[in-house]
Design a protein around this ligand. Structure first.
Ligand code: XUL
Length: 518
């Protein structure tokens, strides 16, 4: 059996797979808010941070690991696990002193992880991906490198507030003494991987690319970015490596305490988005995952390290080899719900009926679907922009607005993923709104690609379990065929007669965006 772990914002999840039977044997989570209430982090982070700071308590992640394994022992025979891999919420960073490795090497199974490892923390809390406090540091790194295009061309993203490099720089500036006594900096992923391996292990290319420090062309730390971020940073980071790299045997702590076998080995961990790419069965170029959530995300495998000339999208390492894009759209469900409430519609009217009753209007009216500031494209929109018939613009035909909003969201995704230059062959749709057949059909029509939906619920932890199996020599595409199947009856084909309609609408949509951002 192979075990995948995902340490996400709100929970730590385990997925155990048994490839010979094709079964997910066990799925289990520890919820940080409800299971570990003493960290006072109901949603996984410490509430009330100032000036855009959003931090989490790394001790909570350690305690969750002990608790998760304790619960797993009641459900599964952990001595059968051959390999463990995992993922973590991206960008979060953990700061440790020179005692960390010694502590890992001598963990006592009679005690717990928090008691033994917390004294090594040089920063008691960890900034996570929701943190927006590093605008100044982003500007400093950008100017040291000579502009955003340079940072993006090298690292796959312009300097971004939540990315670990700007966060490390802020730590160095605000707590220089603590920075100085920091011997090792980990991401959430490599921190948990290190605990399991009983030694500090490297950051992988998937999560490492979310730091504004990794050179995509060299797949090593970029010395200029390191220098622009903080002094001696290169000595505090291990050289980055592929996620499938085996680290060796699991730490004796876990063998003694939870009954893992002495032959159980562990790999590097990766970011939750790269792991999801694996768990959604989308690691070969041509496959795209669209996740419809509070914010919408679009991620897709890419053969080479191309970067977004506009600097909106991100490029990370693909755990299966090559690269992947991640493009976030802030106005996802936020915009869908805003329009629904504005028009006083319920969900069924919002989706199925509105789309079915307006099929004649496909691609005719345009809406820039931004109810507030957007990051793709980056602009402080104050409300949607409408162009089309008087009935549409006045709001007297609400169904037309629903159609234009959804079309606008998917045209915007299509427009802002063109820089990847990868033909979309199949879209795997996930997230709340993906269950809706009308919306799923619209995605197929706008992209002119088949759309599938999956039964997978913990795609990052499943992806990690598949990475573990792949590291053990199993064939990843064959495993994905088994574990990442489209759910029965969920597949939709595009309507080819709409190809020209949406191609033409895309051009008008782009002109409207360009005019609105001027
Ligand atoms: C990606 C990002 C989030 C985190 C949290 O850039 O910030 O998706 O990985 O899950």
């Amino acid at each position: 059996m192979f075990l995948g772990l995902d340490s996400s914002t709100q929970s730590l999840t385990a997925v155990l797979i048994d490839p010979p039977s094709g079964e997910i044997t066990c799925q289990l989570s520890v919820n940080f808010g409800t299971d570990l209430p003493h960290y006072q982090s109901p949603s996984g982070f410490i509430p009330g941070g100032e000036a855009g700071e959003v931090h989490a308590d790394p001790r909570m992640w350690l305690e969750a690991l002990d608790l998760l394994f304790m619960r797993l022992t009641a459900k599964a025979d952990l001595s059968r696990v051959k390999m463990i891999s995992g993922s973590g919420q991206q960008h979060g960073s953990v700061y440790l002193d020179a005692t960390f490795d010694q502590r890992l090497a001598t963990l006592d199974s009679a005690s717990d992880l928090v008691t033994q490892l917390a004294p090594a923390l040089t920063r008691t809390t960890s900034p996570i991906w929701m943190d927006t406090s590093t605008g100044v540091e982003c500007a400093e790194i950008t100017s040291a490198l000579g502009g955003p295009a340079e940072v993006c061309g090298r690292s796959g993203s312009i300097a971004i507030e939540r990315f670990s490099g700007p966060q490390i720089r802020r730590f160095f500036k605000t707590q220089p003494m603590d920075y100085q006594r920091t011997d090792r900096i980990h991401l959430v992923s490599s921190f948990i991987a290190s605990v399991l391996a009983g030694k500090s292990v490297a950051i992988d290319f998937g999560d490492g690319a979310g730091m504004n420090l990794l050179s995509l062309s060299k797949l090593g730390w970029d010395t200029d970015l390191l220098a622009a971020t903080a002094p001696d940073l290169g000595t505090k980071l291990l050289p980055p490596t592929a996620a499938t790299t085996i680290q060796g045997d699991i730490s004796p702590y876990f063998i003694k305490k939870f009954g893992f076998s002495e032959n159980c080995r562990t790999t590097l961990f990766t970011g939750d988005n790269p792991a999801s790419l694996v768990g959604m069965g989308a690691t070969t170029p041509g496959n795209v995952v669209i996740s419809l959530g509070t914010s919408d995300t679009y991620f897709a495998a890419m053969p080479g390290p191309k970067t977004d000339p506009n600097g909106f999208g991100h490029v990370f390492g693909n755990p299966a080899g090559g690269f992947m894009s991640l493009i976030c759209f802030r106005n996802g469900s936020l915009a869908r719900e805003a329009l629904r409430d504005q028009l006083g519609l319920d969900w069924s009217a919002f989706d199925r009926d509105a789309l079915a009753s307006t099929s004649d209007a496909a691609g005719k009216n345009l809406m820039l679907p931004f109810f507030g500031p957007e990051i793709t494209p980056r602009h402080d929109f104050t409300g949607p922009v409408l162009e089309g018939s008087p009935a549409f613009k006045s709001g007297s035909a609400p169904a037309l607005q629903v159609r234009a909003l959804l079309e606008g969201q998917f045209l915007n995704m299509r427009l802002h993923s063109q820089w990847m230059e990868v033909k979309t062959e199949r879209i795997r749709l996930t997230g709340g709104a993906s269950k809706n057949d009308g919306i799923a059909q619209l995605v197929a029509d706008v992209f002119q690609a088949p759309v599938e939906r999956l039964d997978v619920s913990n795609s990052a932890a499943l992806g990690a379990a598949l990475v573990a199996a792949a590291a053990d020599g199993q064939d990843l595409p064959a495993l994905q065929e088994i574990f990442c199947k489209a759910s029965v009856g969920s597949s939709l084909r595009p309507n080819p007669t709409l190809a020209g309609v949406y191609q033409e609408a895309l051009g008008r949509f782009k002109s409207l965006i360009d005019a609105s951002r001027r």
